[in-house]
Design a protein. Structure first.
Length: 335
């Protein structure tokens, strides 16, 4: 059985391992599996075993959420499709424990529960999967193995390895270009043309003033209505062409966060996943890469610790403002 998802092949037979999953000292890595659905718990255990892990513990979700504290495996697989207040608090505790002992969390959830799960897990740098296929789960396990300095494993098919490599390279290139744009301030920003502008720019909000002290001035962000119009135009292509032809999640998310910044609005991780135009698990992988590259950052809700949002970093805001200012200048010259 084979299907496509976010550029990866959903075929477990493509994922073969040449040796057990050992750490740098040669000790076999252990995995704990917790899920309420019995068949899924068995499936997760099988996938971990096929990846070379030793199954250390398994059980229903309440074992780890409500029971007495017990040793965690090197990797902890959790299925948490629904959450309530107690589950959120327990996930947060587990997140802190995993960060303290260095365990790797791989948490699968649903689109409906994604925002809550994302907010609860802010310490251990977990991998969050949304309704994952078995191949996506094995890719997550492969990421764990990839961090080992002396791994002996072929965790991905050649095609999937190249897709992951391409994703990392693309984000790195974006970050490098943004760094270069930042270094070109302020000479790269021309004076406002005398002709009527093709773009409308908002005045920066008062609360942005402190951020800019000591930094070279940057153009204001464009009118968010313009950015939203660009986003809608990009989305219209899917009505006439196969969506994969134009998949560009990094740019789609940058546009969405730029519009939200100009609107003084906050963007949840679920909303950003939708804006990316790719499956949620793939979008989360992109969000992680963009965060690591210094383009996105996580912002906690000051009034409700159960919520968290994604926003642009200052250098990403600078680059997006300069991008639109340059386009405006070109359009003005052509008018």
């Amino acid at each position: 059985m084979q299907a496509r998802f976010g550029g990866f092949t959903d075929d477990v037979s493509d994922f073969s391992y040449g040796a057990p999953a050992n750490d740098a000292a040669g000790l076999r890595l252990s995995v704990s599996v917790f899920a309420d659905r019995g068949h899924l718990r068995d499936e997760m255990g099988e996938d971990a075993a096929s990846a070379g892990f030793r199954l250390a513990d398994t059980g229903r979700l309440n074992v780890v959420l409500d029971g007495a504290a017990k040793p965690l495996g090197d990797v902890v697989l959790i299925d948490c499709p629904q959450v309530d207040g107690a589950t959120m608090a327990a996930l947060a505790r587990l997140d802190m424990r995993a960060a303290h002992v260095g365990a790797q969390l791989i948490v699968s959830t649903s689109v409906e529960a994604l925002d809550d799960v994302f907010a609860a897990l802010d310490q251990s740098d977990p991998q969050i999967l949304v309704a994952p296929s078995r191949a996506e789960r094995i890719i997550a396990l492969g990421h764990v193995l990839a961090r080992l300095p002396q791994r002996r494993v072929r965790e991905l098919s050649e095609e999937d390895r190249l897709v992951l490599l391409r994703l990392t390279q693309q984000v790195t290139q974006i970050a490098e270009r943004i760094d270069r744009l930042g270094g070109e301030m302020p000479s790269a920003v021309p004076a406002a043309p005398a002709v009527v502008s093709a773009f409308r720019f908002d005045t920066p909000s008062p609360d942005e003033g402190d951020e800019r002290v000591g930094r070279a001035a940057r153009p204001a962000l464009p009118d968010p209505r313009l950015v939203r119009r660009i986003i809608r135009q990009r989305q219209l292509r899917a009505r006439h062409f196969e969506g994969d032809l134009f998949a560009d999640p990094a740019w789609d998310m940058l546009l969405d966060l730029t519009a939200a910044r100009a609107e003084h609005a906050r963007v949840s991780v679920t909303s950003l996943c939708i804006a990316s135009g790719v499956p949620p698990t793939t979008a989360l992988r992109w969000i992680g890469q963009m965060t690591d590259a210094g383009l996105f950052k996580r912002v906690e809700d000051e009034t409700d610790r159960r919520r968290a949002f994604i926003t642009l970093t200052d250098k990403a805001v600078d680059a997006m403002a300069r991008y639109f200012a340059e386009i405006d200048l070109v359009a003005a010259r052509m008018s």
